[in-house]
Design a binder for this molecule. Structure first.
Ligand SMILES: [Zn+2]
Length: 218
């Protein structure tokens, strides 16, 4: 990969008109959005620039640039959509992998962490008694705890859940934004995202990397 094509694949955070993070794109796509005036680049002071004003900025600091016939142009870290002010509705699909991810690949009864092969899905209210497959009724469990619990509820089996299972609030599209090594310019936009703390914890535990790319489960 040449220098320029690597810079063009760099990730760029897309925010809406209200400065809420809505998506991650590539620098290549961000330049297209700017060139067509669908988006404008935000500089460090959150001043927005259209393509012409952005390309007139002098490359500064240690940020990446791409070479063009007009000279080097800075690769934006954040672009703002000009007319979009909503939040896309992206909910996480109820899949085995996403339940493991929500629970940090950790048995919700004994707190042991495992690989996907060592883990099971456990219906808190057993299936045999009408317990549904839902975010609120299915948790990650190790095989030992799953076997021990059998067709009983946790109180009947004298077992306790680490925490009450709920539907994650975070967007699978933005989960990748919390990967280590992200641009510092993203931080103010990430902190206010729904489920930001859970996502940060997943990445801190190395779980996010394990499930990468999260966007696939969108
Ligand atoms: Zn267990």
């Amino acid at each position: 990969m040449s220098q320029s094509s690597r810079e063009l694949s760099a990730q760029v955070l897309v925010v809406n008109r209200n400065l809420q993070a809505v998506h991650i794109t590539t620098a290549r796509r961000a330049f297209v959005l700017m060139f067509t005036d669908i988006a404008r680049a935000l500089d460090l002071a959150w001043v927005s620039h259209d393509f012409d004003s952005w390309s007139a900025l002098l490359p500064g600091g240690d940020g990446p640039t791409i070479g063009t016939s007009r000279g080097p142009i800075r690769v934006p870290r954040v672009v703002q959509l000009v007319s979009y002010d909503r939040m896309p509705r992206t909910s996480l699909r109820l899949t085995r992998r996403n339940i493991f991810l929500r629970d940090g690949y950790t048995c919700q009864y004994c707190a042991r962490r495992g690989t996907p092969r060592e883990l099971n899905l456990d219906h808190v209210m057993p299936r045999s008694r009408g317990g549904p497959m839902s975010w609120e009724n299915v948790v990650c469990s190790c095989r030992v705890c799953n076997l021990k619990k059998g067709g009983r509820t946790p109180p009947e089996a004298n077992m306790r859940l680490l925490r009450r299972p709920v539907r994650p609030r975070w967007s699978p599209v933005l989960a990748i934004a919390f990967a280590p090594g992200r641009p510092a310019e993203w931080e103010p936009f990430l902190a206010s995202l729904p489920g930001a703390r859970e996502l940060q914890t997943l990445w801190d535990q190395g779980v996010g990397a394990l499930a990468n790319p999260l966007a696939e489960s969108a």
